[in-house]
Ligand binder design. Structure first.
Ligand SMILES: [Zn+2]
Ligand SMILES: [Zn+2]
Length: 330
């Protein structure tokens, strides 16, 4: 039954792709979708496809988690936070999306980040694999995993019950993150940075070191044809963007450059407890906002509201804004 559902989901995705590639507009009477199938689609809202030049991007939701911004945000007082939240029609804790992205290059299937896996516990993240399958892919089909950095909500999905999930993938990650988080001397935590980060990173990456699947890179690197890494240290020392350019368009996967969209665009100096280097993280955010807003290319964020794809605009007064991508469904 389970296999049938997967096959069925894949067939629907394939049908949708065929329809879109031939610009076919099917009328409701031609399709006559039974109510039961509509219900199944309604449960698959964690998948969003986007074409960029020769590449196909699929945003996948790993779920959402509550973020206590009163505790976590730095460089801003509670009154100011509450003002921002009120303005954005949000409440503390803020529901935080955890997004991952599949890139189909035509030759390889590439996954950017892997969600939290089992590590945030039941009901918090861990939905990536179900959504990957709903999009028509098996974990064994992934050829490359690009980690923006090794924090748990990005590398946690690499393992399930301690075992490798992506059996055929090369795992690419900035070497400075491996050097920091897997260093045996740091496993009790360093400079007040909690030991869980080190333990979880070690648990997620070590199985892939044993199978020689882990391939750390240093500096700007051409990872695959059309996909390059851009080092953006601050949030973590090895934090990296991945940028695709194709047929005059671009998309940059910006990982954790932003955690709270409703605040950090307007006030980019606001940092979060998870930043390994607070000052560098704020500086890097302002620098990259400026570059990305001028480039007018797309960005994809790990924690923007799903599907997490859009543009960065500049307000020319030191503030920026996020404009979600215009929805397309044809
Ligand atoms: Zn992070
Ligand atoms: Zn994150």
């Amino acid at each position: 039954m389970h296999y049938y559902l997967q096959l069925f989901a894949r067939t629907l995705v394939a049908m949708a792709l065929i329809a879109s590639s031939f610009s076919v507009v099917a009328t409701a009477s031609e399709v006559q979708t039974p109510a039961a199938e509509i219900a199944m689609w309604a449960q698959q809202s964690g998948v969003y496809r986007y074409r960029l030049g020769d590449f196909e991007i699929t945003a996948l939701s790993d779920g959402t988690v509550p973020l206590d911004v009163h505790v976590l945000l730095q460089g801003v007082n509670k009154k100011s936070i509450d003002g921002h939240l009120h303005h954005a029609f949000l409440n503390n804790p803020v529901e935080e999306s955890v997004n991952a992205f599949v890139i189909d290059t035509g030759k390889r299937l590439v996954l950017v980040d892997t969600g939290a896996g089992d590590l945030f516990g039941p009901g918090a993240g861990g939905k990536l694999i179900a959504n990957l399958r709903a999009a028509g892919y098996e974990p064994s089909q992934i050829d490359d995993v690009l980690l923006t950095h090794v924090h748990t909500d990005h590398s946690g999905g690499l393992i399930h019950n301690g075992k490798i999930v992506f059996s055929n993938a090369v795992i690419h990650v900035g070497k400075p993150d491996v050097d920091l988080f897997l260093n045996s001397a740091n496993q009790d935590g360093v400079n007040g940075y909690p030991k869980e980060y080190f333990e979880q990173a070690t648990a997620c990456l070590t199985p892939y070191i044993k199978t020689a699947q882990l391939q750390p890179f240093s500096g700007p690197t051409q990872i695959l044809p059309g996909i390059r890494s851009i080092p953006t240290s601050g949030h973590t020392p090895g934090h990296s963007f991945y940028r695709i350019e194709s047929k005059g368009e671009s998309i940059t996967f910006i990982g954790d450059l932003v955690h709270v969209e409703s605040m950090q665009f307007e006030k980019p100096k606001i940092t979060i407890q998870f930043d390994v280097n607070q000052a560098e993280a704020a500086k890097q955010r302002i620098k990259q906002f400026s570059i990305l807003s001028k480039s007018r290319g797309l960005v994809a964020g790990a924690h923007f509201p799903f599907p997490g794809i859009g543009h960065i605009g500049s307000n020319n007064d030191g503030a920026f804004r996020f404009i979600p991508v215009n929805y397309r469904n044809r």
